[in-house]
Design a protein around this ligand. Sequence first.
Ligand code: FES
Ligand code: FES
Length: 156
Amino acid sequence: MAKYSILVNGKKHEVDVLEDMPLLWVLRDIIGLKGTKFGCGKSLCGACTVHLNDTAIRSCSFPVSAIGEGKITTIEGLSEEGDHPVQEAWEKYVVPQCGYCQTGQIMNAAALLKKNAKPSVAEIEQAMQGNLCRCGTYNRIKAAILEAAGTPVTNG
Ligand code: FES
Ligand code: FES
């Protein structure tokens, strides 16, 4: 075991865990933030996506020892009142179905817009292709990202 001081959603947490413990377990089981989901555990589905200094990472495969001074943001810390533009667009387009993948989708979309404020449809598809949704909400996800970017789809 080793002690780490990690910054999550603006708050320092002292944790005493194995150095290869995935960040996802630290978030869910040690700190108690359950909004980030476990899907595959192998970096294949995106359900566990969080931000490390505004970049999307897969917390199921990211060892706590690699965080260092990095700033972690989870879905709970994306906005104070659930009013991040991506969250508002998600609500407007009623994106979720079962909801399981949606934390990861939202966090990946927010990271995309941080880097590229007005992505094209092709850029959205490229950035989001690793976030799987077994309910098939892909079209609504795309529409919501375009909305959040201020370039909503119009029907003619
Ligand atoms: S649970 Fe991390 S990518 Fe699937
Ligand atoms: S909404 Fe069900 S897996 Fe995406």
